[in-house]
Write a protein that binds this ligand. Structure first.
Ligand SMILES: [Zn+2]
Length: 332
């Protein structure tokens, strides 16, 4: 099939820090373990240190190491005084501390977005609300959206609640980067807004299930039922789905995510679209990527089994090709 997109990753773990100093064989292994062995030929990074991620991309594009096409928003923009976790927690999670820009109003949103876009990022990422309960206003989000859209670049939002999603939809964002199971089922107002706005969702179901794994079984069930219900409602409302794992925070094996998408009622064809045609279209690459067709780039995945029988077969990859060259071969 056509090469897969992972539309929500991060190159924010310690393993990617100072990427210039990582020997090529080691960098190859890291890219293989996270992406190419699962058939990912394109990955959208939704917050990491841009200069470092750009260097990672340069090393891939030069042919020195084998990896996917890398797109990045650079560091995500946060509400002022976000109350981020202390260093000890970030260290424990394996994340590099990179102070993200904070924006207090529309003018700051415009300036921070312009600075990133001038530096060459492929989109803008906004955290609608933060652990301190600080939140962006709709006008602040709109300012960032206007700046990104002026250059034809997409805007991604990290919401924590259904209300965050609704505000982001009204502000004209392109991609909602998560479901929000902690805030309960998405109500009718939100579903109507989904129908009106042409917005895409990366459900990231597995990460919430994983975060809940220390809680009581009944609490875990509630999270999974709610997020699966949110994705089901989104699909029923005609919203676009882009596959995304939020890699870097959880085990990279995407088969759990595929299984949860099936639980939400998505069939094999819909899940395949979320990996191929939908992201290629959303990110303006459908003339080069996303399908197996004459004239398109030969980004391809060869699977060991048939995913129309068992969805987990999507994660069992024999070969991954980029531009007709093998970038992953099983058993090596
Ligand atoms: Zn993320």
């Amino acid at each position: 099939m056509a090469g897969f997109w992972n539309s929500h990753v991060h190159f924010m773990e310690r393993k990617w820090a100072d990427v210039a100093s990582i020997p090529a064989p080691e960098l190859n292994r890291q890219l293989r373990d996270m992406l190419t062995r699962y058939g990912f030929t394109a990955a959208f990074d939704l917050s990491s240190q841009w200069e470092n991620t750009r260097l990672l991309r340069d090393r891939i594009e030069s042919g020195e190491v084998s990896g996917p096409r890398v797109y990045s928003t650079g560091l995500g923009l946060l509400p002022a005084n976000p109350g981020l976790p202390p260093d000890a927690i970030l260290n424990f999670m394996g994340w590099v501390r990179t102070p993200a820009p904070e924006i207090a109003d529309a003018a700051q949103a415009t300036a921070a977005s312009r600075k990133l876009l001038d530096a060459g990022v492929d989109g803008i990422k906004l955290f609608v609300s933060a652990p301190s309960k600080a939140a962006l206003s709709q006008g602040t989000i709109e300012a960032a959206v206007n700046e990104a859209h002026r250059l034809g670049k997409p805007v991604f939002v990290h919401p924590n609640t259904g209300a965050d999603v609704l505000m982001a939809l009204h502000a004209g964002v392109d991609v909602v980067a998560h479901t929000t199971p902690q805030s309960g089922p998405w109500d009718e107002t939100l579903l109507v807004a989904i129908k009106e706005h042409r917005v895409a969702l990366t459900p990231t179901l597995w990460i919430w299930k994983w975060y809940a794994s220390h809680d009581r079984i009944s609490a875990q069930d509630k999270i999974v039922n709610t997020e699966v219900g949110q994705l089901r409602a989104w699909v029923a409302s005609g919203g676009t789905v882009l596959f995304g794992t939020d890699l870097g925070a959880v085990d990279p094996d995407p088969s759990e995510e595929y299984t949860l998408m099936v639980q939400a009622g998505m069939d094999f064809r819909q899940i395949l679209a979320s990996l191929t045609t939908a992201p290629a279209e959303r990110f303006g690459k459908s003339k080069q990527l996303g399908r197996v067709a004459a004239g398109l780039r030969a980004d391809l995945v060869v699977l060991k089994g048939d995913p129309s029988n068992n969805i987990r077969a999507l994660a069992e990859v024999q070969y991954t090709f980029r531009d007709g060259k093998i970038i992953y071969r099983a058993g090596q």
